[in-house]
Design a protein around this ligand. Structure first.
Ligand SMILES: Cc1cc2nc3c(=O)[nH]c(=O)nc-3n(C[C@H](O)[C@H](O)[C@H](O)COP(=O)(O)OP(=O)(O)OC[C@H]3O[C@@H](n4cnc5c(N)ncnc54)[C@H](O)[C@@H]3O)c2cc1C
Length: 435
């Protein structure tokens, strides 16, 4: 029997375990935490509050993954058409703002529309060197500067000029001119969000999708990897344990993984150090009222509001809150490279509450029944201009030494839960084919 080690018990780790199981191999999974799930862990707090490690919903259109997850919760999931909106300077705007300009200041709307007309009449495609160029070319200067460029600084912690365009995919909707006009002239617009609908487990939070996978692997929790010797094929853990392997697949973030590899060359270690990622403080609040925001999540553009995104876990499953209550998750972003977190996560709670009151989500009369802050050290890969060559170098090295990599922080990609799962499957198959 080949000894297959999987590092991490998140979506990618379980994708790898699933592929190993399908190949008749029982892998050993290691995680530094005392629970499984990685970013998709869920926490049930006293009083009946459930919060995921940052808001997580499943919106995959991969029917195989959909079916696997549905079977894992025995078909007990909630399903919704996605409602998403935006908040900007006192205005609530349906998402995406570019086709929902109705009700915004007339001078701003006029300028944005004039620029969309100019873009539509352009005969030559402009040069795109970075994300800012892409935004200006797609939406015009005024819209870009008012909305996505502001959001970029809040969410990605750096400027659009410092980012590449590799990660955009379907994330930003490029409207037809008539959609911009229609959305400016009337209050209703078509639903065009790339996430049309989503599923979420009825009970136990998002991690319920993973629990039945536990039986297909030996799971070693509280095992933090501190060193990997790829020549001897040994993994060393902080608790003093060590494990031999024939094949290994890792979902550990690359900037953590590379310095742990015995003999990693200096240029590869330095490349891994250049990989930037945002970190998040998630402020979780439980409120004595359910009618808080009529959206599953909302984007906040104003820089003087400390969070970039707000979600409503009680609208994902009613079992995430006690009866009659509502809950909020606010995401505040930082990064070691661009905006260091210089305070304790708990210090974000009161500013978030104050900003929620300023924008009318919370009322003075609301009772906050639960409050808590979570720190997520790796949130979103920052696709700054250094990231592509550095990622390529690191991946090339891992392939040379036979360490499989997968998931959001192994592939170093802006991928979702289902894509992380598939990434784990693919990485495992590649490793198995070589041992
Ligand atoms: C705020 C936020 C919201 C999101 N919302 C959604 C959403 O709604 N829908 C969606 O599809 N996707 C969402 N995502 C993306 C999703 O979280 C990821 O795609 C997915 O969870 C990544 O899984 P993974 O297994 O690759 O990584 P992880 O879940 O990070 O797994 C890595 C594992 O490695 C372990 N590990 C790390 N270092 C070590 C070590 N030294 N030793 C041992 N173990 C170690 C960790 O404990 C962890 O369990 C969101 C992400 C964030 C940050």
């Amino acid at each position: 029997m080949r000894r297959i080690a999987i590092l991490g018990t998140g979506m990618a780790g379980f994708g790898a375990a699933h592929a190993a199981h399908a190949a008749g191999v029982r892998p050993v999974m290691y995680d530094m935490h005392d629970h499984i799930g990685g970013h998709t862990a869920s926490y049930e707090f006293p009083g009946g509050w459930t919060f995921d490690e940052g808001p997580h919903v499943s919106f995959t259109d991969n029917t195989r993954v959909q079916d696997l997850l549905a079977a894992n919760v025995e078909g007990k999931y909630e399903a919704f058409a996605t409602k998403v909106n935006n908040y900007w300077k006192g205005h609530w705007i349906k998402h995406p703002a570019q086709i929902n300009l109705h009700g915004l200041p007339p001078d701003l709307v006029t300028k944005i529309m004039m620029e969309f007309v100019e873009i539509s009449q352009r005969t030559e495609e402009p040069t795109i060197r970075n994300y800012e160029d892409w935004l200006r070319a797609s939406f015009g200067n005024t819209f870009s500067e008012t909305f996505p460029m502001e959001y970029t600084v809040k969410y990605h912690t750096t400027t659009a000029a410092n980012m590449n365009t590799e990660w955009i995919g379907p994330r930003l909707y490029r409207p037809k001119l008539e959609e911009v006009f229609r959305g400016a002239l009337q209050p209703k617009s078509d639903d065009v969000h790339y996430i049309a609908g989503f599923r979420y487990p009825t009970h136990g939070g998002f991690v319920s999708y993973l629990h039945p996978f536990r039986k297909i692997a030996d799971i070693q929790l509280d095992h933090r990897v501190v060193k990997i010797d790829p020549k001897e094929r040994v993994i060393y853990f902080a608790n003093g344990a060590k494990a031999d392997y024939d094949g290994v697949v890792s979902s550990i973030p690359l900037p953590e993984l590379v310095p742990m590899i015995a003999g990693a060359p200096r240029d590869v270690v330095e490349a891994a150090e250049r990989l930037a990622c945002s970190e998040a403080v998630i402020v979780n609040l439980g409120v004595d009222r359910a009618d808080l925001v009529d959206a599953h999540w909302s984007y906040f553009y104003d820089r003087d509001i400390c969070f970039a995104r707000l979600s409503t876990p009680h609208l994902q499953s009613p079992n995430n809150v006690p009866p009659g209550c509502g809950s909020l998750q606010a995401e505040c972003y930082y990064s070691k490279k661009y905006r260091p977190l210089n305070q304790r996560p708990e210090d974000c709670i009161e500013p978030v509450i104050a900003d929620l009151k300023r924008c009318g989500v919370l009322r003075e009369t609301d009772k906050i029944l639960f409050r808590q802050a979570m720190h997520i050290p790796y949130a979103n890969v920052i696709f700054d201009l250094e990231s592509m060559p550095a990622t390529k170098l690191v991946h090339g090295y891992l392939e040379d030494i036979g360490i499989g990599y997968c998931g959001r922080y192994g592939d170093w990609a802006y991928i979702w839960t289902d894509q992380s799962f598939v990434s784990g499957e693919n990485a495992l198959q590649k490793v198995l084919s070589k041992v």
